[in-house]
Design a binder for this molecule. Structure first.
Ligand code: ADP
Ligand code: MG
Length: 322
């Protein structure tokens, strides 16, 4: 069982940023309005994610740390109709397999629960004072899988990957207040007031946010909206294009290209815009069960969606010109 967990962990948990992503997505699925992330030593020494969501009842903690046990999918229909970020039930088990985890959670508002796991083995559970929600502390990531440690990049790069994933998630959920701290230093704080421009301002700075143009369009299947930079305001990489499908940050080359196409020939060579593209659609049109990290998804009607995005963006740029 432990070996299986360690192997599964390798697919889901590649690096500290994967831990952050999975824990934050769980916090979102739990209905949180505030999520705070703290890390030490690029996440290798410690990562803490604290939320004010539903909490986990004391008798369900073991299940939460069991691989492929999830409270989010109950039948086959649910698997094709995923409305939560998680659904495979492997993140907590995978994280616990390669670290020391402590969970402090309160689902009732009365007394809470504290439990500890090390290398996938439960070390204890007791009643504890806790506010409503969940706090998960991950210590000494990959301490028992030295091969993983060797594969990591420099602390600077690992920190950048943590910041990047939290930025994208924050852009997908402007209604949630995120705080990200590196060894006590504030890296990101969003207001959580459901204002996308303000969220973009927290992520990319006020100057970028103020310069961006809004766009919005829809057809029978998709609703697209968001903010794009004017052609003058660009960067040398694609990294500032964020595609958020029902809140989930996804990587999709065709949809990024659709964003670029919206600019026509307005972008100078090798320059890419800032863009936050939010897509709302029926979960039935999305297959998220393609890869364990769920970063890549399969989309029905991708061509139609690409066209919708391109048109919405070119229209917004045209209006700006006139
Ligand atoms: P999944 O998200 O795919 O269901 P995870 O391993 O990430 O699987 O989490 C397992 C289960 O633990 C979830 O289904 C959920 O019931 C519970 N859980 C995890 N994190 C939280 C949290 N922050 N708040 C409430 N419940 C949580
Ligand atoms: Mg999850």
């Amino acid at each position: 069982v432990n070996l299986a967990n360690q192997i599964a962990a390798g697919e889901v948990i590649e690096r500290p940023a994967s831990v952050v992503k999975e824990l934050v997505e769980n916090a979102i699925d739990a209905g949180s309005s505030r999520i705070r992330i703290d890390f030490i030593d690029a996440g290798l020494k410690q990562i803490v994610v604290q939320d004010n969501g539903s909490g986990i009842p004391s008798d369900q903690i073991d299940l939460a740390f069991t691989r492929h046990a999830t409270s989010k999918i109950k039948n086959e229909h649910d698997l094709f109709n995923v409305s939560t970020l998680g659904f495979r039930g492997e993140a907590l088990a995978s994280i616990a397999a390669v670290s020391h985890v402590e969970i402090l959670t309160n689902a009732t508002g009365k007394v809470g629960t504290r439990a500890q796991f090390s290398a996938g083995i439960k070390k204890g559970q007791e009643e504890a004072a806790a506010v409503q929600g969940t706090q998960i502390t991950v210590k000494d990531l990959f301490y028992n899988t030295p091969a993983r440690l060797k594969y990591l990049r420099s602390p600077r790069t690992e920190i950048m990957k943590i910041v990047d994933i939290v930025n994208r998630i924050a852009l997908g959920y402007p209604d949630i207040a995120f705080t990200l701290m590196n060894e006590g230093k504030l890296l990101l704080r969003t207001a959580g007031n459901n204002n996308l421009r303000q969220t973009v301002s927290s992520v990319y700075g006020r100057k970028v946010a103020e310069e961006m143009l809004g766009f919005k369009s829809s057809d029978n299947d998709f609703e697209v909206s968001g903010l794009i930079s004017k052609p003058e305001l660009t960067r040398a990489t694609r990294n500032f294009i964020s595609i958020l499908l029902n809140g989930r940050y996804i990587k999709n080359f065709r949809l990024s290209s659709a964003v670029m196409d919206g600019y026509g020939n307005k972008l100078s060579d090798k320059h890419y815009p800032f863009a936050v593209v939010r897509i709302k659609t029926d979960p039935l049109l999305v297959d998220v069960n393609v890869h364990p990290t769920k970063r890549e998804v399969r989309l029905s009607k991708e061509t139609e969606l690409s066209r919708l995005i391109t048109n919405a963006i070119s229209t917004a740029l045209l209006i700006k010109e006139n």
